[in-house]
Design a protein around this ligand. Structure first.
Ligand code: PLP
Length: 380
């Protein structure tokens, strides 16, 4: 027998109490059974998003909310800035292309964070830019972009909205849309929210809703205004993902019990122990700066294949981590520490990496990474 450990940056493990709630018999979404759940979940999402605005709930993967944050607020021919520093940043450009939006892509070397001054320069030169699209945490490289600083820049442009993909950031580290000036903040269910895949969320500011009134891109299913109108009546435009929303109700209760600041502190501690543990075993981290607290990207040591590490972790340790994508394939592997995760998930991951690399002939000392992580956990 081999026991399984899901330590990939999405989907992530689902807590047992959430699984049990979702196993209850189906209820009807246009019935008095469902509307109180929607009401509670709507309030809980505002708390989690740290916003007074409505948080829309869509039955789609995270990319649905990415697409909707373009199609609902722009018209063909509009110009926007997208930050392309990894697989998900690249996706903004692809979605824009599909909708006839003129995306100016800011190319950032994978492993680095965007320099907010570059965004400031672009906006100064061309205030007709309608939006700035960025990831708070670029999952493919394990880098966090400085969305607070970027928000401070975009805020000065009344006709430019700031859109943040926080799919591996919301519920991991502090993001304050209303306070900082983030107009659309999106996330998905299967990362830090500890749910199965299938829900996407977006909070929308008044500035963005004004842009929605003039936006001419085609849309039907992902119609944010229609969803907002329905949300006000504690329902949704089409059949919602009932079971996932019931699971979300439980997740929000669990998170509220822990407290938002404690959730952030836990993630920061787990991330720190993972990074230090990997370094303790002699490995190098991939991000050159600002590593994300959601996922740690580690360089495969010189002469070792990152895909092999990933494969052996799965086959001989039962650990599902993640490899690198595109040109990083074979160069890095990634370990998630977001969502339903605690210190022994981190210890498991480091121990697995140590054993697998040792087997492959790597020279690091067994236990040196685990020891480093344990030291970090004990100091607190
Ligand atoms: C997972 C993820 C997405 C969305 O992916 P889906 O497969 O559509 O859920 C988008 N952005 C980031 C940063 C992600 O980590």
């Amino acid at each position: 027998m081999i026991k399984k450990y899901l330590l990939a940056p999405g989907p992530t493990p689902v807590p047992p109490e959430v699984l049990l709630r979702m196993a209850h018999p189906m209820i009807h979404h246009r019935s008095p059974d469902f509307s109180p759940i929607m009401e509670e979940v709507s309030e809980g999402l505002k708390w989690l998003f740290q916003t007074r605005h409505d948080v829309l709930i869509m039955a789609s993967s995270g990319t649905g909310a990415m697409e909707g944050s373009i199609s609902n607020f722009l018209s063909p021919g509009d110009k926007v800035l997208t930050v392309n520093g990894g697989k998900f940043g690249e996706r903004w450009g692809k979605i824009c292309k599909a909708f006839g939006i003129n995306a100016i892509e800011i190319m950032v070397e994978w492993g680095e964070a965007v320099d907010p001054a570059i965004i400031a320069d672009h906006l100064k030169k061309d205030p007709s830019i309608k939006g700035v699209y960025v990831q708070a945490s670029e999952t493919s490289t394990g880098v966090a972009h400085d969305v607070k600083s970027i928000a401070g820049i975009v805020k000065n442009y009344p006709d430019t909205m700031f859109v943040v993909d926080a799919i591996t950031a919301l519920g991991v580290f502090d993001i304050r849309p209303d306070e900082w000036g983030i107009d659309i903040l999106i996330t998905g269910s299967q990362k830090a929210l500890m749910l199965p895949p299938g829900l996407a969320f977006a909070s929308v500011s008044d500035k963005a809703w004004k842009m929605n009134e003039r936006a001419k891109c085609s849309r039907f299913y992902l119609d944010f205004k229609k969803e907002r109108d329905n949300l006000k009546k504690n329902t949704s435009a089409y059949t919602p993902a009932v079971s996932l929303i019931i699971g979300l109700q439980q997740v929000l209760r669990t998170l509220r019990e822990e407290g938002l600041q404690n959730v952030f502190v836990r993630h920061s501690l787990l991330a720190n122990a993972t990074r230090e543990g990997m370094k303790g075993f002699g490995l190098e981290l991939f991000p050159k700066s600002s590593p994300s607290d959601a996922v740690t990207a580690v360089k495969a040591p010189e002469g070792f294949d990152g895909q092999q590490i990933y494969k052996r972790l799965r086959e001989s340790c039962g650990i599902t981590a993640a490899g690198g994508q595109d040109h990083l394939k074979g160069k890095i592997f990634r370990i998630s520490h977001m969502g339903y995760c605690d210190k022994f998930d981190v210890i498991t991951a480091i121990s697995g990496v140590e054993m697998v690399l040792k087997e492959m002939g790597y020279s690091g000392e067994l236990g040196s990474g685990v020891r480093r992580a344990e030291e970090i956990f004990l100091i607190l």
